[in-house]
Design a protein around this ligand. Structure first.
Ligand code: UDP
Length: 239
């Protein structure tokens, strides 16, 4: 496998072409942004930790029958994935009220939602990723109704797998964002699953172990990402 030219640079990752047209080479960066790019910073070692954490979750999900884009780790900061034609919808799954949902509906953060709540957002930086529903997805031709059904079922299966897996590691999966795409006609889970895209709380203390520490200037950001890696793998990573 050869790393070829840079195709795309996003807020947290760089994506390169490879010598195989079906595969991409992803490099995770230490750059951190929040509030649609309004807040910028660096989380030292984030690229390494998110690359390893995301690979860990995708391997677990593949073993449990959730088809996804992950192929292999190439080093601490880079992984190879299947190239996807991304569906322009962010799928958010929530178990406890937090973040934008708590704010929008006037709920206390941490309120149990009594079962998963799935939100869809239109992936558009210019519009600030607005909340949409199944009908908007159809009307905007982002995906067909049966595809939305598949995506929702996959997102809920991910929720079952990850909530119980993380509970064993004393982590509450509060909410998270997933992205899906097409690869050779099949819908695969893509993007990343990491403390950048999930809210993780310690089960006992409810301490935040995710990007909210950066968004809300809570300090100990790097330590939180390292703690998630440690709880998932039982290993330390030298940054
Ligand atoms: N999220 C994300 N990317 C986004 C928006 C949200 O990864 O562009 C994740 C976020 O980390 C959280 C979940 O999706 O785990 C729900 O986020 P929310 O809608 O509450 O938005 P936020 O409060 O992060 O603005």
């Amino acid at each position: 496998m050869q790393k070829k030219e840079l195709l795309y640079e996003g807020k947290a990752k760089k994506v390169y072409r490879t010598d195989n047209p079906d595969l991409l080479w992803v490099e995770y960066k230490d750059d951190a942004t929040a509030f649609n790019g309004a807040k910028k910073g660096t989380i030292v070692g984030k690229g390494v930790l998110n690359n390893l954490i995301s690979a860990h979750f995708f391997q677990l999900l593949a073993e449990k029958g959730v088809p996804n884009h992950f192929v292999e780790l190439v080093n601490e900061r880079e992984q190879v994935v299947k190239s996807l034609d991304i569906i322009q919808v962010e799928v958010i799954v929530r178990n406890l009220a937090a973040g934008s949902m708590a704010k929008r509906l006037g709920l206390e953060e941490g309120m149990d939602l009594g079962g998963p709540v799935v939100d869809y957002c239109y992936k558009s930086d210019e519009l600030g990723d607005p909340l949409i529903n199944d009908d908007h997805i159809r009307a905007l031709k982002l995906a067909a109704p049966e595809q939305v059904k598949t995506i929702r079922e996959m997102a809920l299966k991910v929720n079952d797998i990850l909530t119980s897996y993380l509970a064993d590691k004393n982590i509450i999966l509060v909410d998270y964002k997933l992205e899906f795409g097409f690869h050779k006609g099949e819908i695969l889970l893509g993007d990343e699953i990491s403390p950048d895209t999930c809210r993780f709380w310690d089960s006992k203390t409810r301490e935040k172990l995710d990007k909210d520490r950066f968004r809300r200037d809570l300090g100990n950001v790097e330590e939180a990402y390292k703690e998630i890696y440690r709880r998932l793998t039982g290993r330390e990573v030298q940054i």
